[in-house]
Design a protein around this ligand. Sequence first.
Ligand code: BES
Ligand code: ZN
Ligand code: ZN
Length: 529
Amino acid sequence: MAASIVKRVNRVKKLNVSHISARYKFLTGSRHFSTSKQWNKALVLGVYENESTDSIDFTGTARKFDEKADGKISQLLLTVKKPLKCGKTRTLHAVDPEFSSVLVTCIGKRGEGYDELETVDKGRESIRAAVAKAVLQLRELGENEIEVDSCGDTEASAEGCHLALFSYDDLKAEKSRKPAVRISCATRYSQDKNSMEKEWRKGAILAEGQNLSRRLMEMPANLLTPTKFAEIIKEQLADKCEVLVRDKDWAESMKMGSFLSVARGSVEPPVFLEIEYKGRQSDSPLALVGKGVTFDTGGISIKPSQGMDAMRGDMGGAACVAGSLLSVSKLQLPVHVKAFIPLCENMPSGSATKPGDVVTAMNGKTIQVDNTDAEGRLILADALCYSEQFNPSLILDMATLTGAIDVALGAGAAGVFTNSENMWNKLQKASVRSGDRVWRMPLFNHYTKKITECQLADLNNIGGSRSGGACTAAAFLKEFVNNKNWLHLDIAGVMSNSGDVAYLGKGMSGRPTRTVIEFINLMSKETKN
Ligand code: BES
Ligand code: ZN
Ligand code: ZN
């Protein structure tokens, strides 16, 4: 008993912040690999759903592997009467001397594409889910080097496996961590290996961005303070971007009274991050803004304790901005992006803002803080105002802003509030590619009236009743934006995955990082940015 306590204390001691961040360095994509390891090679092959009991509808790559194995793969598959259905797998052994396991995964019906009602590309989604399941099963079997069929969409295939293999176990003992797996694309029978490798790399980078977001969101709030967030961002982005870390004095000098009113309840100092990626010369950058509340207790309007641990993910907007920038810069997209991330904790204390207090935002508007738990809009108000100083061609903010958006849309889609039909169309198009959906919500005057009706100040921060809570929050933000291309993404509903997205494990989701990267990619094709 005593011995085991001593052991445990030693382990806890080892988990100091610097120790964790040193390990963190290597873990943003897949795990790092030891060179002395023995590799067990496996292969993932795709098949289409097919009613026939005497033929297999292989993908191009799978057919060639089957031919090379003298038809052994199809023979073995056909020994079982029931054809494979979408999302199901069969694992074969001893069919090829090079691979200890060959896993056949069904990627759905041939030719499936955009589904209008689902607003998703079903073909791409099925590939992501099918390869995800395959690599996880092979990891379970102890395979640690996996070659994966491109399944006719190399990028989607790469996304599926890199997202599926993510796990946040940095804080666990070595033996409880998921083993490292090396994945590559099965290019050996491709006509154009180079373009296939390029697409695979793009998919892997898209996933890497989302995995950085997931890691940041999952990190406990005692380790990921505003200061630590800034440090990690510097470590991750400084070679590709300019990263400015602004402190409380700076925020005071900018008259960010709304942001500072949230930070004041905590002993952790606030940080305002300003990041620039200049993939092209322009004087009208694309602005990204992310809510960075590293822990949201609700403040004096304190939240119920059940499930409060999830509020370590209340910097999801900030994390998605960081993840997007990582991918955009790794892909070297020809675009100019500026990102603005207000970071703080929302805590109750003797110095915390009290309900009824009035604070003044950077643009001079006064706000009556009727509920200190509606803090996201307070920190974003100043960040949005500040971002406008850089003549942005568009402003896109992301925030785990309201429980109401979760009530409205659940994890089905991020809620999007925008004053631009054109921006909406572009974002929607991006989300069809990524499979990480968005849904448009209203910015009616009806909601603005709810937040401008205020006893002591210009605005109140909750909009009276709970009705239309996501819409009143968006209407509040609108008071701090003049840009004609503004998009606000309320991502509280998609913050975590409880099994809805097959290729994301349970936990913080990093959604909608890939949609935003695709959106920036689309925008980079326009001349202005
Ligand atoms: N961080 C929360 C919103 C949230 C809820 C994020 C669930 C992720 C999952 C936000 O700061 C908040 O507390 N909003 C309040 C606003 C209300 C007081 C007007 C809410 O949604 O209840
Ligand atoms: Zn809150
Ligand atoms: Zn919050």
